[in-house]
Design a protein around this ligand. Structure first.
Ligand code: AMP
Ligand code: MG
Length: 344
């Protein structure tokens, strides 16, 4: 198959992409979070192609992308006021809400769950594609399952060139990590995945929030979890990733003491001078945490190289989007964290 390259700046792109969606094809779409691998979310056969192209386990549900908050009544029932409040505050934007699913949503999309994740992405071209297609677009991140997510069209082509119908190139993703997921189907709202909307922002609207254990710890492969995807290996380059926490100086001392040829250091731009001789790679500025979220997956892709033995990674502290960066890095490291302060 020849993968059609469509620029988001070309006025004909939304119509061409929408036609592919309507006819059951696969289109990679740009969003403010990461690139998604999209198909008609109401068409079981089209959705199956997403799972096949990604090598995604069938029990890992997809997110339905809508062009407007008003559309969720078509796919969800018993929608609480909190959902409308969150949509008002954060849509279009990097927030997915889990709500009870109507029968209009195929089980293939929800991976057999009675709930569905819905999101309105902050990308005008992608919303126009959804509008013209006349159906919600089911889309997980466009990476091959288990690999770092896709934040540029080049990442998508690297993983899927010749294997999907089209890609819409909308440039590099602004947020760079996947959406925040909040489950609104229980008595109390539950954070299933941190993302571009910080937990503090959710609490401001909801007044309450439980953080699911899948956010903070490694989940057993056999465990029954609220967000099924979370037990799988995620975001990981081929090499072993180890997070080194603690002050700049203590972390650098620890890494220099343990660094071996073939290792790499993933650090903040401000720290580059501390790692002469350790092949450091910066993923953004610690002082501008949104540059870290925007740069993380591109950096993990560079480090996805069989020649690299171990990656020592520096992780930002704090809330907001830093909380999401911590979560992705911890998952990439399978929660292997060394406290340089305690080691000193
Ligand atoms: P991805 O965008 O590739 O990270 O995949 C979508 C994520 O949304 C997966 O990790 C799913 O576990 C999560 N998700 C989608 N629908 C639901 C749902 N109904 N309940 C819980 N999590 C969901
Ligand atoms: Mg993903």
């Amino acid at each position: 198959m020849n993968t059609l390259y469509l620029s988001a700046e070309d006025a004909r792109t939304p119509e061409i992409a929408a036609e592919i969606v309507k006819s059951g094809g696969l289109v990679a779409i740009p969003t403010e979070t990461v690139y998604g691998l999209g198909a008609n979310g109401l068409d079981e056969n089209a959705v199956l192609k997403i799972f096949e192209a990604k090598g995604r386990p069938q029990d890992n549900p997809l997110i339905l992308h809508v062009a407007d908050a008003g559309e969720i009544v078509k796919f969800c029932h018993d929608i609480p006021q909190a959902a409308y409040d969150l949509a008002q505050a954060f849509w279009p934007g990097p927030l997915t809400m889990v709500l009870p699913a109507k029968d209009t949503v195929p089980k293939r999309t929800t991976a057999g769950l009675s709930t569905v994740g819905v999101r309105c992405p902050d990308n005008a071209v992608t919303r126009e594609i959804i509008r013209l297609a006349g159906v919600p677009i089911a889309a997980p991140s466009a990476n091959i399952s288990g690999k770092p997510s896709t934040t540029t069209a080049q990442h998508v082509l690297h993983d899927h060139d010749g294997n999907i119908d089209a890609i819409v190139d909308g440039g590099a993703c602004r947020v760079g990590v996947e959406s925040t997921i909040v489950d609104l189907t229980e008595e109390r709202p539950r954070l299933l995945r941190p993302g571009g909307i910080g937990p503090e922002q959710l609490v401001e609207v909801l007044g309450d929030l439980i953080v699911d254990k899948a956010v903070t710890a490694q989940i057993d492969h056999d465990a029954v979890v609220k967000a099924p995807g979370m037990k799988y290996k995620h975001y990981a380059p081929q090499s072993e990733v180890v997070i080194v926490s603690g002050s700049r100086e203590k972390a650098a001392a620890y890494i220099h003491a343990h660094f071996e040829p073939g290792d790499r250091v993933l650090c903040f731009e401000e720290e580059l001078p501390l790692y002469d001789g350790c092949a450091p790679l910066s993923y953004g500025q610690e002082s501008h945490v949104e540059t870290l979220s925007a740069g993380l997956f591109a950096a993990l892709r560079i480090l996805d190289d069989p020649g690299i033995h171990r990656v020592y990674a520096r992780c930002p502290v704090g809330g907001g989007v830093a909380y999401a960066v911590q979560n992705r890095l911890k998952k990439a490291a399978a929660f292997h964290i060394i406290d340089a302060e305690a080691e000193a």
